[in-house]
Design a protein around this ligand. Structure first.
Ligand SMILES: Cc1ncc(COP(=O)(O)O)c(C=O)c1O
Length: 375
């Protein structure tokens, strides 16, 4: 069985929408079936299910080179980032949150929601399809509490220079949150090498699982001083203490968790992460590099305009093309059997290791057929 055969959708369609949701594998299908089997066989096996949330935590920690005690299981990036925000104090001089204009809306919205608590949100603007490092240098100062950046922009695939921004922020005494949702599963992400203070991401996209499971990483030495107010019984030192007279947070990053874990998504998420690890992130990065290279080359040769940077160091697994009528283009491609998506006026094409050159050739033929919809 070839790797591509693990994804039944390729029998019917060409799937190029991993930036939105990964293709469904037989492994993830089986994981959901196992969840129902366990439910049916055992009734209410909560010990098994709580153990699954530990397995998920360990799997994610392994993926990003964190200690499991630095990882909180969440139901979405929004829930995890909200828990982090709730633990930050914006009352003093250091109340500025520097937010890139490439953020996914949820992250920027959460920082704006902190304005009621004293936060001052400053945006770092884009120049075309990149954000020059100088713009960050201008925005980050001694009053900056946090710099919130996305690794790869969901709108245009642009990749920020995370290590350079982290260094800039740390020099001014600011913390950094990296939203790695668009890079997890596409290349090796190492929280220690990146030196980020917080990282967030979920399993829905290139980690090949489904909605309902995300994670946050919190650097170990920050945990004791951060007391989230967005929390719940699963954030307690002893989940089963059932104490209604006190809040006793876990000494680990588990204090950022909330209520009942998303059990079906834990099954799927573990299966997706396992599949990614079995293929290997270096290999995946190389394959995605070859595919995005072929997409850019094919598009430029035909005179289509990229909305992503051309330099492979400056984009992620997402290549975007400018379109006059992007909704219609996505529909036309869908009737050709090719699944893509759009944001703004950009067609989003996001390959994963399951795609091949034949998929790119077919996509280019169909784009040529619909070229009046491209800029
Ligand atoms: C970069 C990025 N961050 C966050 C999200 C979504 O986060 P949540 O899990 O809160 O829906 C997405 C996509 O849906 C995304 O592309």
């Amino acid at each position: 069985m070839s790797l591509r055969d693990h994804f039944p959708i390729f029998e019917k369609k060409i799937y190029f929408n991993s930036c939105s949701q990964g293709a469904l594998s037989v492994e993830v299908q089986k994981a959901y079936a196992q969840y129902m089997q366990d439910w049916d066989d055992k009734g209410s096996p909560w010990e098994l299910w709580v153990e699954r949330s530990e397995i998920a935590r360990h799997a994610f920690a392994g993926l990003v080179n964190a200690d499991p005690n630095e990882v909180a299981d969440c139901t979405s990036v929004s829930a995890g980032v909200s828990a982090i925000a709730s633990a930050l104090d914006f009352g003093g001089e250091r109340n500025k949150v520097v937010v890139s204009d490439f953020e996914f809306p949820t992250v920027a919205q959460i920082w704006h929601a902190q304005e009621r608590r004293g936060a001052r949100v400053v945006h770092v603007p884009a120049a075309g399809h990149v954000i020059p490092l100088e713009r960050f240098a201008e925005a980050i100062d001694e009053r900056t509490k946090l710099v919130s950046i996305t690794h790869v922009c969901f709108r245009n695939g642009s990749r920020l220079d995370a290590p350079a921004i982290v260094e800039m922020a740390h020099r001014k005494g600011a913390l950094v949150l990296l939203d790695a949702y668009q890079t997890l599963g596409t290349l090796p992400v190492d929280v220690k090498a990146l030196k980020v203070d917080f990282l967030a991401g979920g399993v829905l996209k290139y980690l090949l699982a489904s909605a309902g499971l995300a994670f946050i990483y919190i650097r170990r030495d920050l945990v004791p001083d951060l007391q989230p107010t967005a929390m719940g019984w699963f954030s307690q030192a002893n989940i089963f203490a059932m104490d209604i007279y006190a809040n006793t947070p876990s000494p680990t990053a588990r204090r950022f968790e909330s209520g009942t874990p998303p059990v079906p998504s834990l099954y799927a998420g573990v299966a997706g992460m396992k599949l990614i690890q079995s293929v290997g992130l270096e290999k995946i990065q190389a394959e995605i590099g070859a595919l995005t290279g072929a997409i850019k080359e094919g598009a430029m040769r035909r005179g289509f305009n990229l909305a992503s940077p051309v330099d492979p160091e400056k984009h992620g697994a997402l290549i975007t093309l400018r379109s006059h009528k992007v909704d219609l283009l996505v529909k036309r491609l869908e009737s050709d059997g090719i699944i893509t998506s759009s944001r703004d006026d950009n067609l989003r094409i996001s390959p994963h290791f399951y795609n091949n050159q034949g998929d790119v050739d077919r996509l280019m033929d169909c784009l040529t057929k619909h070229k009046e919809l491209l800029v």
